[in-house]
Design a protein around this ligand. Structure first.
Ligand code: ADP
Ligand code: MG
Length: 320
């Protein structure tokens, strides 16, 4: 069966050739030229009941997450979010649900001074689509295709917490109440790395947000940039809650291919790493160097002793 990405490639890539489309299909958001000094970034994402969230999920958290995942794509481009539209398909006009959803959505929108300017409301199985737009100073967008041999690979925050949260819901992985709460917050209320993305303009050589899992998303960047990479597993940033789970035995597959992190993965030329770390430290955003871009194609997952880790799954694909 073709993958989600093969389908996009086959049927929706390379349509049209307008000169004002600077980045089309294939990045976290499209970028179009508006005027001399400003470009517009546009992205759209759908959350479906039963696929992206469980039936009966808290509407306030859904309102937050629906907006957060789109803002995360703008962050990955270094864009400043400005306007959003919302397409909602609802099984019934449930006003209790709508009140919670709209409050969760609006609380996040207000924090980033993003305004809802339109949308569409229809009846059917619950589905939430958010389109987000943002501004970028011309020629400063962070794209997936700029990683070069020798660049350092960084990731913000910690990896795998949301996937662990999902695992506790699905398979009943046992965590302390506090750790469980932390992981579920990470799953239900991701914080888009908007300020970090903007701070990395003119510093990062490439960026992508982590929605489908570190390895799968890194591979998108590697293929767009036509390079390979080495990841150092011992250096992956893992939360205390994550390290305590599974009786202290680290579940590498969750950290490497678990989805829903919504952290930024970015590359920095070696001469600029100190600038990148300072800028992010000013924002109280922690970023960790986890590997190196190499000329040799492919991804190598290594432990300190140079032994290699063999991964079973790259990350989430809707058709796998
Ligand atoms: P992300 O996870 O960053 O939101 P996706 O993996 O969903 O990105 O999509 C990969 C790329 O393919 C993006 O540039 C997206 O805009 C594009 N894309 C996905 N589906 C379609 C479609 N049906 N038509 C056109 N472009 C699409
Ligand atoms: Mg993305």
């Amino acid at each position: 069966m073709p993958s989600e990405f093969e389908l996009i490639d086959r049927y929706f890539t390379g349509m049209g050739s307008r000169a004002d489309v600077l980045t089309g299909v294939g990045d976290d958001a499209a970028v179009v030229a508006l005027c001399d000094d400003t470009e517009l970034a546009v992205t759209v994402d759908t959350l479906l009941e039963g696929v992206h969230f469980h039936p009966g999920a808290d509407p306030y958290a859904l309102g937050h997450k629906a907006l957060a995942v789109s803002l995360s794509d703008l962050a990955a481009m270094g864009a400043e979010p400005t306007w959003v539209t919302l397409a909602l398909t609802l099984p019934a006009p449930d006003e209790t649900w709508l009140s919670g959803f709209s409050r969760g959505f609006d609380a996040l929108a207000q924090r980033y001074d993003v305004q809802l300017i339109g949308g569409d409301t229809t009846r059917g199985p619950l589905s939430i689509t958010v389109q987000a737009m943002g501004r970028i100073p011309s020629e400063t967008a962070l794209k997936r295709d700029g990683a070069r041999d020798g660049d350092l690979i960084y990731v913000t925050g910690t990896l795998g917490d949301a996937a662990l949260g999902l695992a506790t819901l699905a398979q009943g992985v046992t965590l302390s109440d506090e750790d469980r709460h932390y992981c579920l917050e990470r799953l239900h209320r991701p914080e888009p790395r908007v300020q970090a993305g903007m701070a990395l303009r003119r510093i990062a050589s490439a960026a992508i947000d982590l929605s489908d899992g570190l390895v799968g998303d890194l591979k998108h960047m590697l293929s767009a940039s036509q390079v390979g990479a080495k990841l150092l597993l011992d250096d992956l940033p893992l939360s205390e809650a994550f390290r305590r789970a599974h009786g202290g035995q680290i579940d590498w597959s969750l950290a490497l291919s678990g989805g829903d992190d919504y952290e930024l993965l970015f590359t920095v030329p070696q001469f600029a790493w100190a600038r990148a770390e300072h800028r992010l430290a000013d924002l109280a955003c922690h970023a960790t160097c986890i590997g190196l871009i190499e000329q040799e194609p492919g991804l190598r997952l290594k432990f300190k002793d140079e032994s290699e880790y063999n991964l079973v799954s790259d990350g989430y694909d809707h058709f796998k």
